[in-house]
Design a protein around this ligand. Structure first.
Ligand code: NAD
Length: 368
């Protein structure tokens, strides 16, 4: 049997630094758990622009389309700030998401006990929190036509269009229900059906998909503004939240911040199943290229490592090994390992990016 293929695009800034630690983890799974991947590496973002004059070469795009999963570090940096919009590093990332048609963006908000005091909310509100926001990623108001700035009479008008087809809503709803079945079997769908027709359709379609295909999953509906309040008031009431592109953008950032540091947050973007049954998939930390700390060994590699845990779970059907990796991260944090971004007011000595990677690999080894 051939090994599953993994395309690694480390990118810019701290991307290669955090990815080096993920590679240690992947190496451990190969040597100690017999989980081997055919790994190839390529460029995305500023480094791709430097070499090819484009943030994503066509050959890299083709490799991403063919890979069982893509693992990305981060793109961007001040060096590229003045480039033309069409070749900015972020365009490489957007092209990947668009051409792979990654319509379902999974953003977990998980609060490790050891870090509960980092949240701006009270410890009891966030300790043990484990929720998943599923954001529709390829449609809605960020893509709908007409859009633009037009002249009407003697002034300009800015227009964007919130547009969803039934099939676009149904496919992301299915993705949320499937996820819920692997978790606590609860989905809350959020929209603004009180003031938006697209919200009325969203609610109807999510309900229909539920009734016809997922009656075993508990489904509730909430207006997105009320949802934002509930996320801050008592986030543990949720398991999976499914919502559109715009509300998902806001709600997932809000939920993420419940948990403290940007260096801890993984994400997955999934598309339709390929011929082998695996979904098209891109895994990446939520954070950017952090130019302020790049090259200093200060970056926290955990978001990128947890993104690989998501790949184990959602692309490679290795839920137990994903649990093992998440528990290893939890254990090293409980034992007090901290990169600089995780230093609390009590102080202490931070460890480096590579020490954090080594500590996590040691915890994996200890789990055997
Ligand atoms: P950023 O996420 O790179 O950094 C924000 C702050 O968080 C910085 O102080 C940084 O040092 C810190 N930080 C981020 N990740 C960290 C980690 N793993 N460990 C420790 N500290 C960490 O966001 P920014 O500063 O707004 O953007 C910097 C560059 O990254 C820009 O060029 C931006 O366009 C790009 N960016 C890329 C992505 C992506 O690749 N998905 C996402 C956001 C921003």
């Amino acid at each position: 049997m051939t090994n599953p293929s993994l395309l690694i695009l480390a990118g810019d800034g701290i991307g290669p630094e955090v990815m080096a630690e993920v590679k240690k983890v992947i190496g451990w799974y190969g040597s100690r758990r017999g989980l081997n991947f055919d790994i190839s590496e390529d460029l995305v973002g500023g480094c791709a622009y430097d070499k090819h004059g484009t943030p994503l070469h066509d050959d890299t795009m083709a490799k991403a389309q063919a890979a069982d999963a893509v693992l990305l570090g981060a793109v961007g940096g001040p060096k590229y700030d003045n480039l033309d919009f069409s070749v900015k590093p972020e365009r490489g990332l957007l092209r990947l998401r668009k051409e792979m048609d990654l319509f379902s963006n999974l953003r977990p908000a998980q609060c490790f006990d050891a870090l509960a005091d980092f949240s701006s909310l009270k410890r009891e509100v966030v300790a043990g929190l484990d929720i998943m926001i599923v954001r529709e990623l390829t449609s809605g108001v960020y893509f709908g036509e007409p859009r633009g700035i037009f002249v009407e009479g003697n002034e300009r008008v800015g227009i964007n269009t919130q547009r969803y087809t039934e099939s676009e809503i149904a496919r992301v709803a299915r993705s949320a229900f499937e996820l819920a079945r692997r978790r606590n079997n609860k989905v809350c769908s959020m929209e603004k059906a009180n003031v938006m027709e697209s919200g009325i359709l969203w609610r109807e379609v999510v309900q229909k998909v539920h009734d016809e295909e997922y009656p075993d999953v508990a489904l509730s509906h909430m207006y997105a503004d009320a949802g934002a309040m509930q996320l801050c008031r008592w986030p543990k009431q949720f398991d999976v939240i499914v919502t559109d592109n715009l509300f998902g953008d806001l709600l997932s950032d809000c939920a993420a911040m419940l948990t403290g540091s940007l260096g801890m947050l993984p994400s997955a973007s999934l598309g339709a199943p390929m011929a082998n049954g695996r979904p098209k998939a891109l895994y990446e930390p939520v954070h950017g290229s952090a130019p302020d700390i790049a090259g200093q060994g200060k970056a926290n590699p955990i978001a990128c490592i947890l993104s690989f845990a998501m790949a184990l779970r959602y692309s490679f059907d290795q839920g137990a090994e994903a649990d093992r990796l998440e528990k290893a991260v939890e254990k090293v944090l409980a034992d007090g390992a901290r990169t600089a971004d995780l230093m609390g007011p009590e102080g202490g000595t931070p460890i480096s990016t590579s020490q954090m990677g080594d500590t996590i690999v040691a915890a994996l080894e200890a789990s055997l």
